[in-house]
Design a protein around this ligand. Structure first.
Ligand SMILES: *Cc1c(COP(=O)(O)O)cnc(C)c1O
Length: 411
């Protein structure tokens, strides 16, 4: 019925082997599968879940909203509330347009950048994932990297002719043919690669020099890294932002935005067309608002501290079992690289690939899954912790990870 049994290739166990577990329900940090197994879930819908599964705040607003009708094709108060929740938290962001996925958000932001600048070429970075629109699949991380695909069949040369790919963490020299530079401010689809000091500020300066727009793809970092996202975290303000994942509270939402000045190029005010039947959907906006309103600045500090400790303990546990590990952390974002040799944290896709392709992760992944811990089924993904992961959950994870690492080392 469904090709490969999945509606998104990264969910298949293609790169780790075996058969995916089928989830019937989730609660907080845990998911249950059809066979009655319970897993501590470090996937959390690849970051869409920040409070944990079926959080009472979200369940309540959804139950209230569903009886009022689920889509109208007219403006609703909910979309204004979500737009307000987003723009009021992100420094420099004045307006957003809501869409239904991260892919749509980035695709639309790129179109807007081209329309607003009258230029055609865009720069993206090797190993960054920006959704599955044609022009942006090239050199994508995540599932594209897992499958070993250079991009995708079905994408024409014409569609990617104006996409320039540069190595992450090096500021490219631009010229005035470039409409926009698109970047994951923290690269979280080639496992975790933090921006080196000066990279994001360098991009800002280089874009300003040639009149190109800087687009932050904050589909992962937005409202997870910090209350105001990566722009606030690194004090670098882009021209356009893309959001997804967290802002939908587990329902399908994306958003892209910028200053009033840039956003006035968008229809109906300007010539750049963009639309969506379910955009600003009442259920999705209600869930998104509930999550953003729940999260206080101290929650971000709490989650970041918890992740910091966990990362350090996990690394020590793995290294005491005969492997080498790097568990890079940026705020509450955490990566995991395994190797048989000592190594430094990767700074770009080429370096990440060397580690991610060494074959160890699949052993570790299955050894953890058997013990009831669900990591993402691919070496290029990061670990997502929710507000519902407790210190006791994480202590248990560390103990069992030491066993899993030992088995992996002996494999
Ligand atoms: C997940 C992701 C996307 C795509 O979002 P979808 O909702 O899956 O379309 C885009 N950019 C980044 C950085 C992502 O992690």
């Amino acid at each position: 019925m469904i090709p490969g049994g999945v509606d998104s290739p990264v969910r298949s166990f293609r790169s780790v082997g075996g058969t995916p577990y089928t989830v019937v329900r989730g609660s907080g940090a845990y998911v249950d599968d059809v066979e009655g197994h319970r897993y501590l879930d470090f996937v959390q819908s690849y970051g869409a879940s920040l409070l944990g599964h079926a959080h009472p705040d979200v369940v309540r607003v959804l139950s209230d909203a569903v009886g009022e009708g689920t889509t109208f094709g007219a403006p609703t108060p909910g979309e204004v509330l979500l737009a307000e929740a987003i723009t009021s938290r992100v420094p420099g962001l004045e307006q957003v347009r809501l869409v239904s996925s991260g892919t749509e958000a980035v695709m639309s932001a790129v179109r807007l950048a081209r329309g607003a600048t009258g230029r055609e070429r865009i720069v993206k970075f090797d190993g960054c994932y920006h959704g599955h629109s044609d022009a942006l699949l090239v050199a994508g991380g995540s599932g594209v990297a897992q499958m070993g695909l250079p991009g995708s069949a079905g994408v024409t040369e014409g569609a990617v002719r104006d996409t320039v790919v540069a190595p992450y963490n090096e500021v490219p020299t631009l010229d005035d043919s470039i409409a926009a530079v698109l970047v994951e401010p923290v690269a979280a689809n080639m496992n975790l690669v933090a921006p080196v000091e000066g990279f994001l500020a360098g991009l800002r300066a280089e874009c300003d020099r040639v009149g190109a727009l800087l687009i932050f793809d904050e589909v992962i970092t937005g409202f997870r890294l910090a209350p105001g996202g990566a722009g606030e975290f690194y004090s670098v303000i882009p021209d356009l932002w893309c959001f997804g994942k967290v802002i939908g509270g587990g329902l399908p939402v994306g958003a892209f935005g910028g200053s009033r000045e840039v956003m006035k190029s968008l229809a109906p005010l300007g010539p750049v067309y963009q639309a969506g039947t379910l955009s600003g959907n009442p259920l999705a906006t209600a869930a998104g608002v509930a999550v953003l309103n729940h999260m206080r600045p101290e929650h971000y500090v709490e989650l970041s501290n918890r992740v910091q400790n966990f990362a350090q303990q996990l690394r020590e546990a793995i290294e005491s079992s005969g492997l080498y590990a790097q568990t890079p952390v940026v705020g509450p974002l955490m990566g995991l690289y395994l190797s048989r040799e000592p190594f430094a944290p990767p700074r770009n896709f080429d370096e990440a690939k060397v580690v991610c392709e060494n074959g160890l992760y699949r052993h570790f992944f299955h050894a953890m899954l058997l013990r009831g811990f669900a990591l993402a089924p691919g070496a290029y993904e990061i670990l997502f912790l929710s507000m519902a992961h407790t210190d006791a959950d994480l202590r248990r994870t560390v103990v069992r990870a030491a066993e899993a690492a030992k088995e992996t080392a002996q494999s």
